[in-house]
Design a protein around this ligand. Sequence first.
Ligand SMILES: [Zn+2]
Length: 198
Amino acid sequence: MFCRLEGGKESMKRFNSFMINLKNASSMIKQLKNSVEKENEVASDICSENGKNALIIRNVVYGDSDSVMPLKKCKKDESLMGGFHTHLSRHENDGLDIPSLSDIREFVKRDSHIMCIGGEKTKKISCYTRKSGFSKDLVNRQVKRDIGVIEKMGLELETSEDVESVMNEIVNSEIRKVNDIIKEHFIKHLLWAEETKK
Ligand SMILES: [Zn+2]
């Protein structure tokens, strides 16, 4: 149940210039499963041997229920390409295999090439890579502006009588903004989806 990858061949999945083998993909699937069980987010680093494009998962770390701090380290002769982490379902609209605005901000800050996210609710792992012509400055500006808008909406929470609906509005608005940024600047690759029983 945890071994079939979406698309690609059985033992290897390719996206853009990257490759990931079954062992490393399975590591992410296992991390998602453990993360859900422990109710804590999990993160790991995605490395590649210098000059090669096969991705290697390193340094699995556990956080709390809504954040986790990756180690951001690779072995000697490897480069840090990006990271994997999980999103748990705490609220109605949580647990998606899409990044948050701060995930995208972090991606740019770390000069990443790949970001993989496992969603508890969607039961999927998706990886995001840069579109050709990716501009860090452009993405940065867009994220900064969007975070500003979301934070402003957050101020309403203090005076609102219906915190739940304002919260939902904020989450939905962030999802829309993230999807816009993804569409414009990233390529989304579905790595794994839980098979549904027929
Ligand atoms: Zn995240």
